[in-house]
Design a binder for this molecule. Structure first.
Ligand code: PNS
Length: 158
């Protein structure tokens, strides 16, 4: 049984995240989406809200579950019984940070592999921060997030 975690802050989840989670779910038997508390990032949505939005956006994927966590990713992976971390890579700008994280996580837990999936061209530019900014300026976000997430964002910036 191959179980992977797809970690992130998901503030909020976008179609770019959903693309990576969907492709991870096709490769693996089980995928646990690990929603990090990330208090230093001062998220717009609370951890419970982010978990709920990821759950509603992935409800159609039978082998995907969603959990919130606060602490080290390697510890959460161990608790979950996952031995693979799957992350999306958009552009070269992501590379340095992701390389550092993958190397650090490998150093802390040698039996945990990080695997990268390239974002498709249409999501290369997409990020949660861009979507938050767009929503705050009352731009059209429907192409970038699920209807539940769009409603939640519009409520925050009403
Ligand atoms: O979507 P993000 O914010 O780029 O995801 C980053 C995330 C949550 C994967 C990363 O910050 C993380 O793994 N956080 C958990 C704490 C941790 O293990 N940090 C690395 C060692 S200090």
């Amino acid at each position: 049984m191959k179980r992977a975690i797809t970690p992130g802050t998901f503030d909020p989840i976008t179609y770019g995240h959903l693309d990576i989670i969907t492709r991870a779910a096709q490769l693996m038997d089980e995928v646990v989406v690990a929603v990090a508390a990330s208090p230093k990032k001062n998220p717009l949505f609370s951890l419970d809200e982010r978990v709920e939005l990821v759950r509603s956006s992935t409800a159609h994927l039978p082998n995907v579950t969603v959990e919130g966590f606060d602490g080290l990713l390697v510890d959460f992976a161990k608790e979950t019984g996952a031995n693979v971390i799957i992350k999306g890579l958009r552009a070269v700008t992501d590379f340095e940070y992701e390389f550092q994280m993958a190397a650090l996580n490998y150093e802390m837990s040698r039996d945990l592999e990080t695997v990268f999936i390239m974002s498709p061209p249409q999501y290369m530019y997409l990020s949660s921060s861009i979507v938050r900014e767009l929503a705050s300026l009352h731009g059209d976000i429907d192409r970038f997030v699920t209807p539940d997430v769009a409603r939640a964002l519009n409520r925050k910036f009403a």
